[in-house]
Design a protein around this ligand. Structure first.
Ligand code: FES
Ligand SMILES: [Fe+2]
Length: 418
């Protein structure tokens, strides 16, 4: 259970809040590159409790500025892109990508009024088919080059807007046990009623094995976040699930399978679950760089119920049904929840670093270090390597910082390192 103060501290993301200020130290994907084109040069965006307008100038530069024109507040998502920036639809004031007003056609010749007019503006950059925003203090860190944003291949992205706080979405990644219940048991119950035989059988064979009984879970803190490990069914510590596990990149990304799953705080009660998927090229295939599909997907069926007939849909359902902001003052955590207790401590600790004027973890400023970040992920093949595990296949994992034996020994929270 958390105090109400701590629940607020970890969940509220508006300007000036501890979590909002921590989140402002990271780059967040806010759109697909293909969403901004000649037909649609602007996009309204809401991120960390702020409304913004994203645009691409006629010269191809990205701008991310406050939405209302400084003159008489017309929304700039109706602006016209020009080489220098975006021109307001109402009286033609022109703003560059830094939010500086550079033209006021109705003011007298020689007026310097425009020099005094500047909109709030943030940085926007593109990588891997996505457009990212940075809303924190300058100088901005480098946009992290996570492996599947950078590897050659075929990428695609989906975005699902969810009516709930970001943390209950992301805590799911520190909660391995949900797989055997939410996906195997509930998911099986849903799928076996809703799906035709072939799809049902496929689901049962695939998900039943992945959702086998958990015997042990462990979490290791790394400099980029957390590695999550589990022992399920009759697996041993030499199996990928334990030996490699998969990473949770601080503060809000799951790197799992062929995906990066971002849980982006739109505001206190809305989250964008943005998933970038990647496939390595087969012989004769070419990368789709410059044309990465981006699809907005609804979280709901037509009857208003949450979509629960696929694995991520079940996750999303579980997140939303906890309420707009989950009440952690009355929750009852058990030994299987050690991962999320550890993660909450990390969040609190990293927010404190920002409050004390420091730089939080997983922020990059050295281009050599940021060239590409390749992560261990169970059952994955890597370019240049035969088989799975790639550069990580022979590693011996160190002892988890937090480990729970689910057969009765209980949580070893005391091992959590300070
Ligand atoms: S409201 Fe934008 S130029 Fe007047
Ligand atoms: Fe899940």
């Amino acid at each position: 259970m958390l105090t109400a103060e701590m629940n607020d501290r970890l969940t509220r993301v508006g300007p000036g809040t501890p979590m909002g200020e921590l989140m402002r130290r990271y780059w967040h994907p806010i759109a697909g590159s293909i969403q901004l084109n000649d037909d649609n040069p602007t996009k309204e965006v809401r991120l960390l409790g702020e409304d913004l307008v994203l645009f691409r100038s006629a010269a191809g530069k990205l701008g991310l500025i406050e939405p209302s024109c400084a003159h008489r507040k017309a929304n700039l998502s109706y602006g016209i892109p020009e080489p220098e920036g975006i021109r307001c639809a109402y009286h033609g004031w022109l703003y560059d990508v830094n939010g500086q007003c550079v033209d006021q056609p109705s003011e007298p010749e020689g007026s310097r009024f425009k020099e005094k007019v500047k909109l709030k503006a943030y940085k926007a950059e593109e990588l891997g088919g996505l457009i990212f925003a940075y809303m924190g203090p300058e100088p901005a860190p480098l946009l992290p080059r996570w492996d599947i944003l950078v590897w050659d291949g075929i990428r695609s992205a989906t975005s699902v807007k969810l009516a709930c706080n970001w943390l209950q979405c992301h805590e799911n990644s520190l909660d391995p046990l949900h797989f055997q219940w939410l996906h195997r048991y509930y998911g099986g119950w849903v799928m076996n009623r809703k799906k035709p035989a072939a799809e049902r059988d496929e689901w049962n064979s695939r998900t039943m094995s992945k959702g086998a009984e958990h015997r042990k879970i462990g979490f290791e803190i790394t400099d980029y976040g957390v590695i999550k490990r589990r022992l399920i069914g009759d697996e041993t510590e030499d199996d990928d699930n334990w030996k490699l596990g998969h990473p949770i990149l601080f503060p809000h990304i799951l790197r799992n399978g062929d995906t990066l799953q971002y849980r982006i705080p739109i505001d206190d009660t809305h989250t964008d679950h943005l998933v970038l998927s990647h496939k390595f090229l087969k012989d004769g295939e070419e990368t789709n760089e410059g044309n990465v599909p981006f699809e907005n997907v609804s979280a709901y069926y037509e009857d208003g119920r949450l979509r629960d007939d696929y694995v991520r849909g079940q996750d999303q359902t579980a997140w939303v049904i906890q309420g707009a902001i989950m009440d952690r003052t009355t929750e009852r955590l058990g030994v299987s929840d050690v991962g999320l207790i550890m993660f909450r401590r990390m969040l609190d600790e990293q927010a404190r670093i920002v409050e004390d004027g420091g730089e939080p973890m997983n922020v990059y400023r050295d281009p050599a270090e940021n060239e590409i970040h390749i992560f261990p992920v169970e059952r994955r093949a890597y370019p240049g390597y035969e088989g799975t595990g790639g550069p990580f296949k022979d590693i011996t994992p160190r002892k988890p910082d937090v480990e729970t034996i689910l057969s009765g020994e209980g949580a070893k929270l005391s091992q959590w390192k300070k």
